[in-house]
Design a protein around this ligand. Sequence first.
Ligand code: PRP
Ligand code: URA
Length: 210
Amino acid sequence: MNDNVMIMEHPLIKHKISLLRDKNTGTGEFRSLVEEIAMLMAFEALRSLPLEEAEIETPIEKCTCPVISGKKLAIVPILRAGLGMVDGILSLVPTAKVGHIGLCRDEETHLPQEYYCKLPGMLEQREIILLDPMLATGGSAAAAVDLIKSHGGKNIKFMCIIAAPEGLKVLSEAHPDIEIYCGNLDRCLNENAYICPGLGDAGDRIFGTK
Ligand code: PRP
Ligand code: URA
C-alpha cells in the first residue's frame, strides 16, 4: 500500500460504516452516520493542521498556548454526496472555508461531468480537504483534484468513507502528492462501477432520492 494512503482502524468508524451499509438504514440515520464518520476521520486527517501561539489567562496566570490557525483550512465537498460530510468537519473546525465542486458520473461511460466549481480564495496558502464518501473508479476524485490544482491548490488531502481498490489506484497514480484517507477499502467494482459490497448510491441515500 502506498504510504500516502491511510485506512481507518478505529472500531467506532468500523461500526458506523457497517450501519451505513445496511439497506434498512433510513435517510435520517444514514445522514447522521455520514456526518459522524467524517468527524471521526477528521481527527486523523487534521493531525498536521497548523497551530499558532495565543496568550490565554487561566485563573492562575497568563500563558502562551497553541490554538488552531483556522483561516488556513478549506474543505471542498464533491456534490452531491460530499455535502453529507461537511457538517461533521465544521463541528471540529467551524472557521474553515467551504468550496464546492459539482461532478456527476455519466451512467453509461461512468466518466465525471463537471457542472459547478466555486473555491475559496488564496487556495495556494490553504490546507485543503476534498470530501466524497465514495471512491469508485476514481474518475470524480481525480478530476476534482485536477480542478483544485488548476486554481492553485497544493496541499490537498482526499477523504472518503469507502474506496474500491480500482479507484485508489487511479487516484494515487494520477496524484501521488496527495494524502488519501479511507474509512474502508472494499473488494471491487461491479459491472456498473458500483463498489462491492459498498453501500449503494451515497447521494441517493443521503438525500432520499430514487
Ligand atoms: C458518486 C460519488 C462520487 C462518484 C464516485 O457521485 O458520490 O462522486 O460517484 O464514482 P467514481 O469514483 O467512479 O467517479 P455521483 O456521480 O453518483 O453523483 P451524486 O453525488 O450527485 O449522486
Ligand atoms: N457512487 C456511489 O454512490 N456508490 C458507488 O458504489 C459508486 C459510485
